[in-house]
Design a protein around this ligand. Structure first.
Ligand code: ADP
Ligand code: MG
Length: 335
């Protein structure tokens, strides 16, 4: 016989409101109305546009089920901050849709407490307010929506790249993918290498400040979540241009550099996911200003090539010879 009860009803009565008020409800300063009513209310600044983005982390696909909940809370917001950074937008508000297995939805549990701590550590750093969400029962799934603002007409789009723009990358690429190779036991990193790479995978740094500072400097931007070749490819497609890049200039950490003669390391560098660095294009006239910004933010910004006429991507080795890029064909490039 079918039960008349909705399967989540008990869960809802017992724990949902307790969970929300205990772990997620905080006073809001910038929002007019936060958690607690049927919808949140915010006021908009003059001459601002709103930027919206959402990203979902699914257990077993985007993270292992036993991932540290503090890091999961942190990363679920970080990946969303990264999307807004790529638009040059200032993040302001977030919504959190949590689907929790019953085992995690008990009162006073450490998983939720740690998850919430990780989430709010990052939220406080950038003054992002959690203004609502949804809590349901089911297989673990974490959806975050983020809302920010950007001055009218100023957002950095993928489609803005212009001929002769320089192509820049923030930070170093490939460490997160390298850490993932290690976690999947495809390679074995040394303890000091693990200490260096694991944070890139589990607690990525979204380039929130850089993104906003690139307004007025950059013509286009994207955050690198699927690997440089794929994500720069999105800029090229959207802008209807080609790129000529020097693969030896692609910034990599000293740890990744140690393995660069092996194919997997080149895959990590050029096609690894989860970096959350920004790739942007800017006119040559802004080169000095971008170097200065790099100093000011204490963040390496590296020019790897330029936007040219045509379609697709031209990749070169240290000698300037063209390299054919295929997923498995990076081995020629190792210096
Ligand atoms: P409704 O039934 O009207 O959809 P809910 O009972 O789902 O409202 O939620 C009550 C309040 O708690 C709402 O303000 C909602 O936005 C907020 N909320 C629910 N779940 C979460 C969560 N995981 N994180 C933050 N806010 C939440
Ligand atoms: Mg609801």
């Amino acid at each position: 016989m079918h039960s008349k009860h909705h399967p989540t009803e008990d869960f809802r009565l017992n724990a949902e409101f307790d969970i929300i008020s205990r772990y997620f409800k905080k006073p809001t300063a910038s929002a007019i109305l936060g958690i607690g009513d049927d919808a949140a209310l915010v006021a908009l600044s003059n001459n601002a546009e709103l930027a919206f983005s959402t990203d979902t982390l699914v257990s077993g696909i985007h993270f292992f089920a036993d991932t540290d909940p503090y890091q999961l809370g942190y990363k679920s917001l970080a990946v969303n901050l990264s999307d807004l950074a790529a638009m040059g937008s200032k993040p302001l508000w977030a919504m959190l849709s949590l689907t929790l297995p019953k085992s995690l939805a008990v009162e006073n549990n450490k998983w939720l407490s740690d998850f919430s701590k990780g989430f709010f550590e990052l939220a406080h750093r950038y003054k992002v307010e959690l203004i609502g969400g949804d809590t349901t029962s089911g297989p673990l799934n974490i959806g975050v929506q983020i809302i920010g603002e950007v001055a009218q007409g100023e957002a950095l789009r993928r489609s803005g790249a212009m001929l002769e723009d320089e192509i820049w990358i923030s930070g170093y690429l490939g460490d997160a993918a390298l850490a993932l190779c290690h976690e999947k036991q495809q390679i074995k990193l040394e303890p000091d290498e693990i200490a260096h790479c694991l944070p890139a995978l589990h607690m990525p740094t979204a380039r929130v400040e850089l993104g906003q500072r690139l307004i007025g400097l950059a013509h286009s931007a994207i955050d690198i979540s699927d690997g440089l070749i794929a994500d720069l490819g999105h800029i090229l497609t959207a802008s209807n241009k080609s790129a000529d890049i020097n693969l030896t200039a692609v910034p990599r950490s000293i740890v990744l550099q140690r393995y660069i003669h092996q194919g997997f390391a080149i895959d990590c560098l050029l096609a690894g996911g989860d970096d959350y660095e920004l790739c942007f294009t800017a006119p040559k006239t802004k080169h000095k200003a971008i170097e200065q910004l790099s100093n000011e933010l204490s963040l390496p910004l590296t020019c790897i090539g330029e936007i040219v006429q045509g379609k697709g991507l031209i990749a070169r080795d240290a000698q300037g010879s063209e390299i054919k890029l295929e997923k498995k064909g990076y081995d020629h490039f190792s210096s």
